[in-house]
Write a new protein. Sequence first.
Length: 428
Amino acid sequence: MNEYDSNRIFDITKKIGFTKTENLEETNCYLLNTCHIRDKAKEKVYHEIGRVKKKFKFKKKPIIIIAGCVAQAENEEMIKREPYIDIVIGPQAYHKINDKIKEHIDNQEKLDETEFDTISKFDYLNKIQNSSKKVSSFLTIQEGCDKFCHFCVVPYTRGPEHSRSFKEIIDEAKSLSENGVKEIILLGQNVNAYNSNDYRLSDLILEIEKIREIKRIRYTTSHPRDMTEDLINVYSISKKIMPLVHLPVQSGSDRILKLMNRKHLVRDYIKTYEKLKMINQSIEFSSDFIIAYPGEEEKDFKATLDLIKNIKFINSFSFIFSPRPGTVASGLNLIDKKISLRRLEKVQKQLFDHQILMNKSLENKEIEVLVENKTKESNKFFGRSEYMTSVIFDGNDEEVGNVVKVKIKNSNQNTLFGESLKLKRRVA
Ligand code: SAM
Ligand code: SF4
C-alpha cells in the first residue's frame, strides 16, 4: 500500500511542479514514506534523515517530509526529536500535501498533519489521474481496519475501515488500463471486507474482468473471516482471477488465535482452503505467520507446523512477534529470544523447503508469464507466474505487457529461469 500511496503522492505533487529524481543530492524536497507494522521502522527514519543531513552539510537543505504510518504514530514528536524534519503527514491526510508544502515555504513553519480524513482524501484523489504505467499496478479499494487484532497497529495508524465507491474504483481501473496496465492488484488492509453500498470485492473483480486489456486480477490482504461464499464463488466464474490466495492465518493454534483476537478458528481456515481446492485443484495458498506470540507454547507452535504441512503454503511471510506501542499485546511478556528465533527458523525451513520443491516441480514445464520488463542484462526479461513467482527468461521486447509461455529450465527458492517459447521457435 505504501508503494501505491507513494505514487499517488507523486501524482499530487506533480501539480505544483515537482518531478522525481533518483539523485538524492539534487533533491529540493525529500519525502520518506514509512511503515510502522514492525519494530525498528522509527529508528530507520532517523537513520535515513542522518544520511540526508550528511549529504546536505554544505548545501541548502531540502524540505524534509515524513509520510506514512510512522508519521501518524509519532506525529509532532518526530519534529521535536529531529528538527531537520519540516513536515509530518499521516496516511489519511496526504491529499493536503501541496498546501502543506506551500505553507511551509511561505512561513518556514514546522507542520504536523495527522488527521484521519479518508473520505476527503479519496474525493481529492479521484480528481487526479493515477499515472502508473507499470504492467502490474496496485489499486487501493479499501483502507483501515476495525478488527483490532491484539498485535496490530493498523487500526491506530490507518484508522477505521473505509471502502471507496464501486464507480471510483472501476473508473480508476479503466484509466490504468488506458495507461497500459495489464494486471491490477486490488489493495486494502482488509481487502475482502470491502463493502460499498452492498458492492463486495467479488463484484469488483467481476466488473474489472470486463476490461479487455486487463489480463490478470489479484487482491491483498484478506482476512479469513471475510472469505465469503460470493468471493469463493468468483474462483469458479472468473477467468482473470489468479489461482494464488494470500490469506494470513498467523497461527495454527486456536488458543493463540483467541489470544490474538483473530475471531476465526483453524478449522474455518481449512474449510475455506478445501472449498477453493474443490473449485480448482490448482489453487495454492500463501500466508502470514506471527511466531512466538506471547503465550505461545511448544504445542501451539507444533500446531502451526502441522498446518503448514497440511496446506503446503507457497510464498509465505513469517515474522517474530514485534510489540507495537498502543496495542493490547504491547505489554505482554515476550518469549525468550533464542526460543523465538529457533521457532522462526523451523517455520521458515518448512515454508522454504516447500517453495523450493514447488519451483523445482516446474522445471522442464511450460508456464504462463505476464512479462513486466526487460532486465539490465541483455535479452533477459522479468515477469511473474500465475502464483506471483519471479521468472527471468530469454525473450524479446514485443513480449513486454503480454502473457507468454515460458519453458522453465532452472529454479531456486524465489525465482524460475527459462526461455520464451516464441524465442525458442524463432531460433530453431
Ligand atoms: N489484515 C491482514 C490480516 O488480518 O491478516 C494483515 C495485514 S498486516 C498489515 C500484515 C502482516 O503483518 C500481518 O498478517 C502479520 O503477520 C504482520 N504483523 C502485524 N503486526 C505484527 C506484529 N506486531 N508483529 C509481527 N508481525 C506483525
Ligand atoms: Fe491488523 Fe489485519 Fe488484524 Fe486489522 S485484521 S488489526 S489489519 S492484522
